[in-house]
Structure formats: structure tokens, C-alpha cells
Write a protein that binds this ligand. Sequence first.
Ligand code: XIL
Length: 398
Amino acid sequence: MKKALYLLAGLAFSAQWANAQSLQEAYKDYFRVGVSVNQWEVKAEKEIKEGISYSGAVSLDQTADYEQIAQHFGWVVPENCMKCEVIHPQEGVYDFTLADQLVDKALANGQQVIGHCLIWHSQCPPWFFVDEEGKQVSAEVLKKRMRDHIFTILGHFRGRIVGWDVVNEAFEDNGSLRRSKFYQILGEDFIPLAFQYAHEADPTIELYYNDYSMNKPAKVEGVVNFFRPLVAKGLPIHAIGMQGHMIYGDGDYVQQYTHSIKTIASIGLKSQFTELDLTMLPNPFGFSGANISDQAAYKKAMDPYQDGLPKEKQEQFDQFWLDFFQMLIDNKENVLRATFWCFNDAKSWKNDFPIKGRTDYATLWDRQSKAKPTVQKLIDMAESLEKKNKKEKKSNKN
Ligand code: XIL
């Protein structure tokens, strides 16, 4: 009898510590885990029919991957289909086909969607900034276009998308404001205006600023100094997104991002990592950042792992993500979410950036959509931490 009781108690104990089956489950007490999704993982109907390839990648039906995407990620972000050139290709002409497919699929799988992105100088069609004669529009006209763009899109997705990257990449790496068309016509006001319009269009959703190279102190400080007075005056902004396109061996990201998270927290905002990936390939010309118009010429020496990533490189990759996730856990009070950019290596944009046509290994799933060892190691790390915390709680009680 006594033995049976012990057995029952043991079973209850292990059930409580049951192994998490996914990244989102393992990290649920710390932050939300997400991934970007492209139309071929949802349903590439439109793309296949019209032969469109928004990112330059081959069009392929990868819908079979969605099962793993839904298992591991509670949040998805569209990789391309909500960008201006796709969703609003001409003035007043909106095309929600791909975006609706993605949102419907995510909601049907119990996931949440973050919108990416409303105001960005890249992947923004030229009509946005010129009149019928091709002359640059006035500040008033651009404001009206921004307002219409934001109101129409947020109106369309009302109740289905919980947060949006409102402004993307408005700063240079030295912390100064980028001289984009938005800036040239409206000055720095285009940033708070975009947040104001988004809040007016839908006061129920979260609004984010998003940028790359946010590990660089000059950049994060430039961004934070810009937003400090606006936040003090009540600007409707909920978090700052740091893209996190990283290059293996390029500096101490853990230490740098810890500094960035704390700097952002100093103005009362949370941080989120919005586009995580890690290139394992050589770095051309000390390149950094994610400015999509930066391109370097292909050289074979820059593409050394065409037949597979060596074992020691895979181990370095795994250790990198363990250290990175430990840093996120250590800063959990100030970190909202960690989102990976692209589900698998086959479809990762890093194969074509900043050099076209390389074989990179930047994501957590391999070219055959098989989880790399990294995934289980990340789950195990969270699990053992949970066990340790529970043990400590228990011994504190006694
Ligand atoms: C990239 C996509 O992954 C590619 O498919 C596309 O060709 C170019 O844009 N910063 C961003 C993302 O905010 O939207 C970019 O996505 C990567 C850099």
C-alpha cells in the first residue's frame, strides 16, 4: 500500500514536470516565441498562379511545415506579404489576398499575429512619394497617404492582429535619423505621426518601433534619446523591436543586447527580438546590419559550406543560441518576445543577403525542415531551469 502511494506521488510529481514538447511551451513563463512566415508556408496559390516571388526565392509549396510552425511558435509575423509593395501597390489599391491567407491560417492554428510593417522606406513603392507628374509630394499629401494607408490596413485586420511594427528602420547605425523619403518630406515628425495614426485607427492594439543593429550602443542610444521625450508626452508605443540578424563571431551580442535592453527599459519600454537569425558564413568586408539594399558580389570563398555545416560549426551555433536565450531569460522582465526570421534554412533570406546565392544555416530548422539539435537543447535548458526553480521553491517552503 505504502509502495503504491509512493508510486502515485512519484507519477504526480513527474507529470507536473512533464517535458515540454515545443519552444513556445518551454519558454511560456519567460517570453513569447514566434517565427516569420512566408506565403509558401501558408498557401502559395496566388504566388504560383501569378509567378510572383516577392523575396526573390523560388516559389514552392511548403505548407507541410505549418504543423511544426504551429507546434513550436505561438506567434507569427508575415515575412513580406504585409509590406507596402504587396499590400498597397498603387494609391488606393489594396491587395490583402496573401495577408488574409496567412492570418486565417495562424488564427485557425490558435496562434497570434504581429503585423509587419506599416511605414518603412524599403519595399515601399515609388508612388507613395510622388504625384501624377512624378514630382515629390508635399508634407500634407504624404501625411494623408500615410494616414489612409494605416487606417485602411488596421481597419481591415481589426480584431485579428494584436500588434504592429508601425515604423521600421528609421535610424542609421550611428543613431542619427535616416534620410529616407519620409524624413525628407516630413522631417522626424513622420515617426510620432505614424504612431498617432495607428493608435487612432485602432486603440486596442500594441504598437512597436523596429530596427536592426540595435546591439550597437550608438544606435540604441539614438533611438532611445529620440523616443524619451515622446514617451514622456504619452506617445502610444508599447515596445522597441530589435531585429537581431546576427553574424557568428561578430562581437559579444549577449553583453551588447543586455545593455540595449536596459537602455530601452530606462524610458519605460519593453524590448522584443523580432527577426532573429545567425549567419554561419564568412562576413564580407566586416559587414553588419540588415539594410536590404546592401549587396556584395558572390565569391566561392564566401560560400564554404555548400555540402553541409561542419559538426563543430553546428555545435557553435547551438551554444550561441543557448547563451542568447539565457540572456533573454536573465532579462525576462523587460523582454516581450523572441521571434525567429524564417522557419528553415532552405527558405531563409540569409541565403541571398548580403550576398546572393550562398548556402547559409541561419535558422533553427534544416533544409529538409528537420529541427536542428538546437531546438531540443533550448527546450532542455528551459526545462532544467524550471526544475531548479521548483526545487528551490520547495526547499524554501520547508
Ligand atoms: C526581408 C525578407 O526576409 C526578404 O524575403 C525580402 O526579400 C527582403 O526583406 N529587415 C526587415 C525585414 O524588417 O522585413 C526584412 O525581410 C529583413 C530586414
